[in-house]
Design a protein around this ligand. Structure first.
Ligand SMILES: *Cc1c(COP(=O)(O)O)cnc(C)c1O
Length: 387
């Protein structure tokens, strides 16, 4: 960043890659025509969309026809879960998910509960992981849809998607994965991975905001009812004029990600190691989640006797998150960390550091130093409380 801010909140959003920014500008000038229009300018917009679909399908190893463009992961999650449950309603009304999912998932299940579906909420172990055996035990003859996220946005914990997906396939249960924190960051091969529906969003991997996609596997019985109604775009599964510019930007972001996922992962692993080495020195610090089963771009820590909101202020100009960005405006302790068995006080002290391609080693070393100083200062001001 140009100013003095040290941005360590890549799980909330990433800057667009400079090449994506340039492409967006060019598209705004030259690809503005409605891609549904039957003239040369419309064909240009259509061609950009097809090109982008090719780039994204290469990243995921899928047929471009399996991708539906949406406004982001929130919409993809809604379409997959509400649309999938409705399409399969004749098979039963039992659905399975976890309380540690993103709100864009949990709130859809709450809505479906009100509409008469029955939801089993599976709790993870204290490290955030779901045991596939516990998962299998929760399934019933009338279970028709399951939604389990890939990389958790608050803790970085990665669920065993291959194992959970294999269990769903065996029983012909529709399996949705919110992969907003995973696509473009860890290798995902949907020819190998037994997933039916997968949500992604551009702005978590250096693409634009306001554009995402839902992968819908080309398998019998794997379909969703639309949740939006309008023109006939995208086989009526998701109508609305397609933003050729944003889609082109997402496509390029996907192509860039394809070329450097392994190098990015190495870089993030180094950064997390350096950050944790510094933070581990602070008395009473705990990792939220699991370092071994975690995506290396996220480190969430809690600490005794310190309030997260006060820490956030003390840490400026370092930009980090308490709990998750979506809950930042409420003072409620994170529901995700509560589900990991953290007390209210420990959940309230949580700070999530998340880093990305532009992050330098000295940034996280500085952050670790400042974290230690901030904790010491806040402890010197506040009386002891027991957790
Ligand atoms: C960011 C995020 C979302 C929401 O994505 P938008 O594109 O901002 O709607 C959903 N799920 C997870 C896990 C996320 O990290």
């Amino acid at each position: 960043m140009k100013d003095d801010l040290i941005y360590l909140d890549y799980a909330a959003s990433t800057p667009v890659d400079p090449r994506v920014a340039e492409l967006l500008l060019d598209c705004h000038r030259t690809r503005f025509a409605n891609p549904s229009s039957n003239h040369a300018a419309g064909r240009k917009s259509r061609a950009s969309i097809e090109h982008a679909a090719g780039q994204l399908s290469a990243l995921l190893n899928v047929d471009p026809k399996t991708l539906i463009w949406t406004s982001g992961a929130t919409e993809s999650d809604n379409l997959a879960i509400a649309g999938g449950a409705r399409y399969r309603a004749h098979r039963g009304k039992h659905l399975v998910t976890m309380p540690t999912e993103h709100k864009a998932v949990t709130d859809v299940f709450h809505m479906l509960e009100k509409q008469g579906f029955e939801v089993t909420w599976l709790n993870p172990a204290d490290n955030g992981l779901l045991d596939p055996a516990d998962f299998a035990a929760a399934l019933r003859a009338d279970t028709q849809l399951v939604s389990i996220m890939y990389v958790n946005n608050e803790t970085g914990v990665m669920q065993d998607i291959p194992a959970i997906g294999a269990i769903c396939r065996e029983r012909d249960i529709l399996f949705h994965v919110d992969a907003a924190q995973a696509v473009g960051k860890i290798p995902i091969d949907l020819q190998e991975l037994p997933v039916d529906l997968l949500s992604l969003t551009g702005h978590k991997f250096y693409g634009p905001k306001g554009i995402g996609a839902l992968y819908i596997a080309d398998r019998p019985g794997c379909r969703v009812e639309p949740i939006l109604f309008g023109g006939g775009q995208q086989r009526r599964i998701r109508p609305g004029t397609l933003p050729a510019d944003l889609i082109a930007g997402l496509g390029l972001a996907a192509e860039i990600a394809s070329s450097r996922i392994d190098a990015d992962l190495d870089h993030l692993t180094d950064l997390r190691h350096a950050l944790w080495a510094g933070i581990d020195e602070v008395d009473g610090v705990l990792v939220n989640g699991d370092l071994d089963a975690g995506f290396p771009g996220i480190l969430s820590v809690s600490v005794d006797n310190v309030d997260g909101e006060s820490l956030l202020l003390e840490l400026e100009p370092i930009c980090v998150a308490t709990g998750s960005a979506c809950n930042a405006l409420s003072q409620e302790p994170s529901y995700v960390l509560r589900a990991l068995g953290r007390s209210d006080l420990l959940a309230q002290s949580a700070i999530r550091f998340s880093f990305g391609r532009p992050t330098r080693r000295e940034d996280v070393e500085f952050a670790a130093r400042r974290y230690g100083e901030a904790v010491a200062r806040l402890r010197s001001l506040a009386p002891e409380v027991t957790t």
